[in-house]
Design a protein around this ligand. Structure first.
Ligand SMILES: Cc1cc2nc3c(=O)[nH]c(=O)nc-3n(C[C@H](O)[C@H](O)[C@H](O)COP(=O)(O)OP(=O)(O)OC[C@H]3O[C@@H](n4cnc5c(N)ncnc54)[C@H](O)[C@@H]3O)c2cc1C
Length: 545
């Protein structure tokens, strides 16, 4: 039973004798002396330990200093979600007393998840609650030193948050004892953002890929296998394909350029997805789907992009941006779309430094009590306006047309109309951005009256539609004039086989396209999830051919 951490229902369940008896054949008994390290922060090779007798203590270990987290007595087990993927441990475990432990390997843990629903649920719930605790209390191996005015700080915050990796944040402009920390690690304020990895490595403005390597986010991914199914993209459609594929026994790898969730991950609240009457944030939805996919054994690589498809014949080879390559007997393309950028000469210098493409908690925190402007008339802009109105002083919603009725759902329009701190600006276009390092003001004009306006806003959200992520396919599959992928009956004459293409199959047999990247798709979470799940049925047929 935990002593140092407040106990949440299910976080530290005590297995009963019958449950332990079911686990005994799946594990190996280990005897440890009092004080002995059972596994350390950063280790990834160990399994889950069930305490048979004695007790073990968990610590967070930062800069060599141990802070106690919990003591597990007989019947309690170690582990949290990294145990499913083979990622490194975020905590240290030391025997509190001389103890008898049962070590269950990752492979056997996955077997339990699939074959013993009750025990599987006990483990999974505890793992999830423990990860939530670690994130909420910034316990782990990452310290980010940065500034909310720095685009790269915002990028790293978003990358770590969206990958569910706990981190402590130190702001050079706000935190009093920051100098001591900078001195300790031998870095200067001008180096920020700086990421301290596992208390020892100092990464100056690392890329997302470098960050993923340092924290072992892709530990356990096997590049050498030939997979049954590779899914490109871990948005809602790709994660759905991974859950269905892996749960139906396929060897599945998902490759994601950034972090799980895709566009949905940048949505503050999705209210029209079945089963969530109170709405759910895109990040929560993605985090659940990610764990669900891993529970069934799917491997998910993050911060790795597919750069090219060698489309000759199966197994298809995918070239990755880091020089690696992976092979699969079938593919599901779930690479979605990317936001359209405004045609403004200095836009790039403010991206992440006042100009954002999604409105999540990360962005909301930095625009508290300030004016913000949002460009766009679609549902994503409407949701962002409602969400940000609870943090910001005032929200300006800018649209080029005469109003919102053509582009936004009625329920959102009604809420926006009823919200006192949102102002809709119709017939409005942004003309210029101004600022020194960070956005300071935005100039826009009414295209009907010609009237200019300058808004002293440091935060501009661009939500103006999107174009498909298909450049990497380099003409391998048939596309429409806007570069969305054609599927099924629409592939027409490019289809090479006797049999007709399956629903969602591209012009390349065994390669499917799902979600927003597919020509004619619905551009909704539910549709993306549905297509990702459906495609797996056809993958089975292709693999059986
Ligand atoms: C702010 C916002 C709010 C929204 N709100 C709602 C809502 O309330 N309800 C609703 O139904 N829909 C909503 N949508 C739309 C919904 O999010 C999308 O329809 C859905 O996310 C599409 O899922 P997808 O998996 O097809 O693609 P995406 O979500 O676009 O995911 C594609 C993924 O593929 C990755 N990728 C791209 N190229 C590569 C590559 N070469 N290699 C590896 N990975 C790659 C991307 O990084 C991305 O993670 C919203 C969208 C936004 C932007």
């Amino acid at each position: 039973m935990a002593e140092n951490v407040e106990v949440t229902d299910g976080m530290f369940p005590k297995l009963d004798e019958a449950q332990i008896a079911r686990l005994m054949p799946l594990g190996e008994v280990r005897l440890v002396d009092a004080g002995e390290i059972v596994f350390d922060q950063g280790d990834s090779e160990h399994g889950v330990f069930v305490v048979l007798s004695g007790s073990v203590q968990l610590f967070s270990a930062v800069n060599g200093r141990e802070s106690p987290l919990a003591v597990h007595g007989a019947g309690v087990f170690t582990g949290e979600v990294s145990q499913l993927s083979g990622r490194r441990s975020l905590v240290r475990c030391r025997a509190h007393l001389a103890s008898r432990l049962l070590e269950i390997s990752r492979a056997n843990l996955q077997r339990i998840m699939l074959t013993d629903a009750l025990l599987g649920e006990v483990f999974l719930r505890a793992f999830l609650l423990r990860r939530v605790y670690l994130i909420g209390h910034s316990v782990g191996d990452a310290v980010l030193i940065g500034s909310n005015n720095s685009a790269d700080t915002m990028r790293l915050k978003a990358f770590l948050s969206r990958n569910g990796h706990p981190f402590s944040y130190v702001d050079v402009e706000r935190d009093a004892d920051v100098q001591a920390m900078l001195d300790h690690f031998g870095v200067r304020v001008t180096d920020i953002p700086v990421l301290i990895c596992r208390g020892e490595l100092v990464l100056r403005n690392p890329t997302n890929a470098e960050t993923a390597v340092c924290f072992g986010l892709n530990a356990g991914i096997d590049d050498d296998s030939v997979y049954d199914l590779i899914v490109v993209g871990a948005g809602p459609s790709g994660l759905a394909a991974a859950v269905y594929g892996a749960s139906e026994g396929l060897k599945v790898l998902v490759i994601e350029s950034n972090a799980p969730g895709g566009q949905a991950g940048s949505s503050s609240r999705i209210e029209n997805y079945l089963g969530f009457p109170m709405g759910i944030s895109g990040q929560d939805l993605a985090a659940r789907a990610f764990v669900q996919a891993e529970k069934f054994g799917a491997q998910i690589a993050v911060a790795r992009s597919v750069a090219a498809l060698k489309c000759a014949r199966p197994p298809y080879a995918l070239q990755l941006d880091d020089g690696g390559s992976v092979q699969s007997r079938s593919l599901i393309i779930a690479s979605g779309v990317q936001y359209r950028r405004l045609n403004l000469p200095n836009l790039a210098q403010f991206e992440g430094a006042g100009v954002y493409y999604g409105a999540t908690q990360v962005e909301a925190q930095v625009c508290r009590d300030q004016d913000v402007a949002i460009v766009g008339g679609g549902n994503s802009a409407g949701q962002a306006a409602m969400f940000l109105s609870t943090f910001a002083k005032h929200v300006y919603l800018l649209v080029r047309g005469p109003g919102l009725s053509e582009t936004m759902s009625r329920y959102l329009i009604s809420r926006i109309e009823a919200c006192p701190n949102i102002t809709l600006k119709t017939f409005t276009e942004i003309e210029a951005l101004e600022g020194n390092g960070h956005l300071e003001r935005t100039h826009w004009r009414n295209t009907q009256t010609g009237e200019p306006h300058t808004c002293e806003t440091e935060h501009l959200f661009l939500m103006t539609g999107a174009s498909p992520n298909t450049a990497w396919l380099n003409g391998c599959v048939a596309m429409d004039s806007k570069q969305f992928i054609k599927t099924g009956a629409d592939v027409g004459e490019s289809w090479p086989l006797e049999r007709s293409p399956y629903l969602l199959e591209t012009s390349l047999p065994g390669v499917f396209a799902v979600g927003d990247v597919r020509a004619g798709s619905m551009k909704r979470v539910a549709a993306a999830v549905g297509e990702g799940s459906m495609a797996v049925q056809f993958v089975h047929r292709v693999l059986a051919e």
